[in-house]
Write a protein that binds this ligand. Sequence first.
Ligand SMILES: [Zn+2]
Length: 347
Amino acid sequence: MEYKKSAKERFLDEYFGGVEDWDKHLADLITGDENAHLLETREKIMKEQEEFGNRTNFELGREMWYSNYFFINSLILNFITDAEGDPDLINELKKIYVGVLGNFGPDAVALNMDEEYDGYLIKMNADVDYQLTYISDLVSYHMYGMTLNDERERDNLIPKMWESLSDLVDKKALLKKLRENRQAPAPRQVDLESPRLHIATDLYVAGMSFVLGHEIGHHFLKHTESNRRNIVAKFMPPDGTFSQLHLDEFTADNFSFDLLIRGMKERNDLTLFAPSLIVILLLALYDKTPQEPSQTHPSLRDRYLNLLKRVSEQDEEVASKLQQIFNHVATWINVALGGHWKTEWWK
Ligand SMILES: [Zn+2]
């Protein structure tokens, strides 16, 4: 059999700025004279990854098979562990490579298959990771606030909500803040026991898993077979119903949702919430008309309603809780941004 290069090699061949180890790349950007503390933190993170890897990656530390980004590599390893008992799925999952690039914009793409290379390549901007962090923060303050009875305690969260919304929509302010943080001498104390932080972390992990699962879905459902999309494009009817591309998005969402459920050891509402409450809501921040479809994608409203249906198949009560939280957060965002959306598209 002829030797083919791997998806990882394809990523490094084709993408300018693609590096083999994203975390190390970030660590190398920090110099000691600029900020000794930040350097120390980065080194600590690398060491923690090494130890975590030794515990989970068969004693292989930061060895990365499935992505140049340690966290994503861990998530793919989770998918593989969760697929126990399904050798075909495991074999397919092992062909994935997720290449993270430093470009702006929350984009993730399952690349069309290339006959010269083996495996499934997914390309993702590091911005996906940052944006998912900020929106998980924003939603977690709301969800935590909804559990508080004391009005003053709730009001205390409002500045935090504004800050995470600003991180999402005001790039200039964010860059300024990051620059200031870079120079800040004292570490910010993070309360790891905070119930709010637990909500944010669970939402973030499930949100990122859902994004990955969606792109994996495009590959496994053969949406990326060479020519398939081109054929669709070529034979697109002039009046344009684009229905196949739209259908592909729903099936990729459903594939990813199934993958998430498969990984749940017990019912976890946050995992069920994350696809709509984190991913769809984030995409909607970039879309002035989430009720309208585009050429390639169904409307975010329809994707939200589909995911809501999937949650209600699991548990109707959780679905109605999701609807309530979604309405709460989306309404707040819309008012905060002075009518970002013209309609209450989530209703
Ligand atoms: Zn898609």
